[in-house]
Design a protein around this ligand. Sequence first.
Ligand SMILES: Cc1cc2nc3c(=O)[nH]c(=O)nc-3n(C[C@H](O)[C@H](O)[C@H](O)COP(=O)(O)OP(=O)(O)OC[C@H]3O[C@@H](n4cnc5c(N)ncnc54)[C@H](O)[C@@H]3O)c2cc1C
Length: 397
Amino acid sequence: MAETADVVVIGAGVVGCSVAYYLAREDVNVILLEREAIGSGASAHATGSLSLLGAEFTAGASFHMARASYAEFVQLVPELETATGMDLLYQRRPSLRLALDDEEADLIKSLMVWQEPHVEMHWIDAQEVRSIEPRLSLNIIGAMYEDESAQLDSYRFNLALARGAELKGASVLYREVTGLVTDGPTVRGVKTAGEDIHCDAVVVAAGTWSRAFSSWLDFPVPVRPMKGERLLLNYPGEPLPVLISSPKRGHMISRKDGLTSVGSTGGRDYDEKELFLGEEFDRQPTETARLELLQRAIDVLPDLERAELVQQLAGSRPLSPDSKPIIGPAPGWKGVHLATGHTTKGIHLGPVTGRIIADYIRRGSTDVVADMSEFLPDRFADFADGDYLTAARSVDE
Ligand SMILES: Cc1cc2nc3c(=O)[nH]c(=O)nc-3n(C[C@H](O)[C@H](O)[C@H](O)COP(=O)(O)OP(=O)(O)OC[C@H]3O[C@@H](n4cnc5c(N)ncnc54)[C@H](O)[C@@H]3O)c2cc1C
């Protein structure tokens, strides 16, 4: 007998698993299809930083979506931990966004102008920075202090979402989707390496690979890979009391399992383009990135010279042309939705994406974000291979 579901979700990264979880939570019959393994795409490589304050969210709807998703984690994490028995290594702590030169200070302060009314934060001088963490470099000229930011283990989060969806009735099947079953402009199912699966709605959440759906949909899904690398270190000193980042040097986080995460590469002005823009998902760690990341970390906290490398992670983010996610109904289709292109923020924006897609499928619209226009797929209706580099200009995780 042919397999059937109300909704087929394609791709078991954090985005696809979030969509499956939010739908299953509303008693929708979901099949989640994955061609390789849960978290085998970008999601298992991510820092898991849930920060509102980089240059990546812009004023207005983008920031509104970021805050809505940040708020989801507060309930979602304990809900998943209770259901699955997993510890997601979730931590909520103050953060410092460091400036090591005037350019960084100006950038941070220019963002604060519109961020400050929404987030508890203030500028502190170098002396105050070192009173919080005396091991930080003497070159730091000041920092933005944020009362609360958050981070979790993105791989565990990915696994917990998948298991949580299963516990709510979703099925996870390991099969590659090779096409769509259609009837005119209406989707009737998906073709897989095994049998076809019949359904009323399809959600494309295939990360970097979502671009393959352009030809099946006859509509552009302009997502391409943006490689990133980061390091996990074993540092013998006391854990950092705050979550740390800086615009040019990235993040430095003492995780709840005792490891220190530093990184990431990808998109900053001084990253070599060939190191982060390719045609395929790239899992290959490079020596160039390792040395660069260690140097950046030591610039910020010289005592990290004593740290040992535990793991180097490499993966490709799904980069969209404007770095904003592509979420919502695919134009010209009945029953096809896109949930992709989350670029540097797919872990942070996974839960809100799940909620929004569940709204579109269940109710035909969403009010999670008042104005969805800057995220809807139809903004790329006339897309012809544009300049992706503008989107890749800043990476804070
Ligand atoms: C070094 C690094 C650090 C990062 N740090 C952060 C961070 O701190 N915070 C943050 O929010 N984001 C971060 N990101 C970005 C984040 O990882 C991505 O935005 C996010 O993982 C994208 O999730 P996704 O589910 O869309 O894609 P993916 O995780 O790539 O999942 C897509 C899945 O689809 C499957 N698939 C593809 N095609 C098919 C098919 N035809 N049939 C079936 N299955 C298919 C793939 O196998 C894959 O499992 C980071 C990324 C990197 C590389």
